[in-house]
Ligand binder design. Structure first.
Ligand code: ATP
Ligand code: MG
Length: 480
């Protein structure tokens, strides 16, 4: 496929490395016979949506990652559609199948069975914002509700609901390789920005002036990392240079969005490469400041190993088509900071369990200043951590109770990661649990009863209630 694109792009593209300048150069159009993207590769529901628009007389294109991935011979994660129909018109075409979502970017979700296809309306250019989409900016009652493409003091786009044409929409997209359109009208691929050429070169290039584009939306910096890691592409020099300096802008992004973006980064199947690149560009410290601090004072290469091992295991699970859990990821990324904090509490004389809960509260409380963590996940992170101290106590009935717990599997996997990463004295416990799970219930009882019951130590009770209250309060304050 790449060879085919090379042939075509060498015929059409300009000799300059710059993208064809905005709006004044005809796009490169590959007709259906000139590219290898076939309708057979497109999900049925996406095709149904495209044809639905075509029948209703609207323009409709596949755009973004699906076109890019299909051209590269990869399986697309999802199929994004862009259309000339405005959100209310999308609703009229697909009626009960359609749900309008989003405030900052209004989008439509069209549902076919279990599949949801995301549909966006062509975004207008900022220059034309006074002419387009009166309804959105003036509201249904005709009152002016502010400019639709709003930018704050730092240049960040805070609202963007000006609609336009494909010629305007293309310049609003992030990378050239994400700005290729597959037109359902004639099955052609349309390239305004040199995206086909960049696919051929294996390079990631931001459309427009990189600094301005990062200021508009700092998440583009971490999208660059994700695509570079996933596709094995280089980040073009002008696109990569501002990242080192602008990395702190990530702190301005909504914490809820950051949580979603972090999951996309680390559940991409290439989490190890993503992690290395995030650190290289100075982005990781703004996503996980506590982890970065621990990593930079690493001892014998140990803390770094745990994160890497956890990410390796996540990548492997994704390759094998197994499920992945955000709480496992966050447990691993925050384990070392939690251990440090716990050690401080123990030093202050807190009992072990209280020290763990207090440390967990502190570390999670700090982390949600960067990435929100929904409450159901913070509860799971605590369980995975507290299980690390319960799994060694497995004699008699305890083994059955632990094994039956809903968080057992994640906690057991996490114990395995810690053992592989070199934490001492864990391999024996991990191997025991592995063997235990291979036995039938009767054998399991015998196996657990064969263990010697450890002697109980007396717990110091100093300040217990104070810390328990403090811990409950912090848990209450966790993010929703
Ligand atoms: P994938 O779905 O494989 O993660 P994608 O490129 O399809 O990658 P999406 O988040 O699904 O990414 O977005 C679809 C398209 O919307 C992108 O390809 C890009 O054209 C545009 N887009 C998404 N996020 C941004 C952004 N922050 N700035 C500009 N354009 C964006
Ligand atoms: Mg996509």
């Amino acid at each position: 496929m790449r060879q085919f694109i090379r042939k075509i792009t060498s015929l059409f593209s300009s000799s300059s490395d710059e993208p064809s300048s905005q709006n004044n150069q005809a796009p490169l159009i590959l007709s259906r016979d000139e590219h290898g993207l076939s309708r057979q590769d497109i999900e049925h529901s996406a095709l149904d949506v495209l044809y639905g628009f075509k029948r209703a007389g609207y323009e409709a294109h596949l755009v973004g990652g699906c076109v890019r991935d299909l051209l590269l011979g990869l399986e697309p994660k999802d199929f994004d559609i862009v259309t000339s129909a405005e959100p209310d018109q999308v609703k009229m075409v697909f009626k009960h199948r359609c749900r309008l979502i989003g405030r900052r970017f209004r989008l439509a979700h069209v549902r076919f069975g279990r599949t949801v296809i995301e549909v966006a309306t062509f975004r207008g250019s900022s220059e034309n914002k006074t002419q387009t989409n009166r309804q959105d900016r003036f509201g249904r009652n005709g009152k002016y509700s502010g400019a639709a493409h709003e930018v704050d003091d730092t240049g960040r786009v805070v609202r963007d609901n000006v609609y336009g044409t494909i010629e305007e929409d293309v310049w609003r997209r992030d990378f050239t390789i994400n700005a290729l359109y597959y037109n359902i009208k004639d099955f052609s691929i349309i390239d305004y920005t040199g995206g086909l050429d960049d696919i051929e070169k294996g390079q990631l290039r931001l459309i427009g002036d990189p600094e301005t584009r990062y200021r508009e939306d700092p998440v583009r910096m971490i999208r660059a990392i994700r695509f570079a890691a996933k596709l094995g592409f280089n980040i073009e020099e002008k696109t990569e240079k501002p990242i080192f300096e602008l990395a702190p802008l990530l702190l301005d992004v909504s914490h809820a969005r950051m949580f979603e973006e972090v999951l996309k980064l680390f559940h991409s199947g290439v989490a190890v490469q993503v992690f290395e690149k995030l650190r290289h560009y100075g982005l990781f410290e703004h996503l996980f400041p506590q982890t970065e601090r621990v990593l930079s004072e690493e001892q014998n290469g140990f803390p770094r190993m745990l994160v890497i091992e956890a990410l390796k295991s996540t990548d492997k699970r994704i390759r094998e088509g197994k499920s992945v859990n955000p709480s496992f990821l966050f447990s691993a990324l925050l384990w070392e900071p939690m251990l440090q904090r716990r050690a401080e509490y123990l030093e202050e004389g807190l009992p072990k369990q209280e020290a763990l809960y207090a440390a967990a509260d502190d570390v999670i409380g700090e982390q949600i200043k960067c990435t929100a963590i929904p409450k159901r996940f913070t509860a799971q992170i605590r369980e995975i951590w507290s299980f690390q101290y319960r799994l060694p106590n497995r004699y008699g009935d305890r083994a059955v109770k632990l094994r039956e717990h809903v968080r057992f599997r994640a906690a057991y996997d996490f114990l395995g990661i810690r053992a592989v990463a070199g934490e001492t004295d864990l391999q024996e416990v991990f191997d025991w649990w592995t063997e235990y799970q291979e036995k039938n219930p009767v054998e399991q009882v015998v196996f657990a009863n064969a263990l010697k019951r450890p002697e109980r130590k007396k717990r110091p009770r100093k300040n217990r209630n104070f810390y328990r209250k403090r811990s409950q309060l912090a848990r209450h304050n966790d993010s929703e």
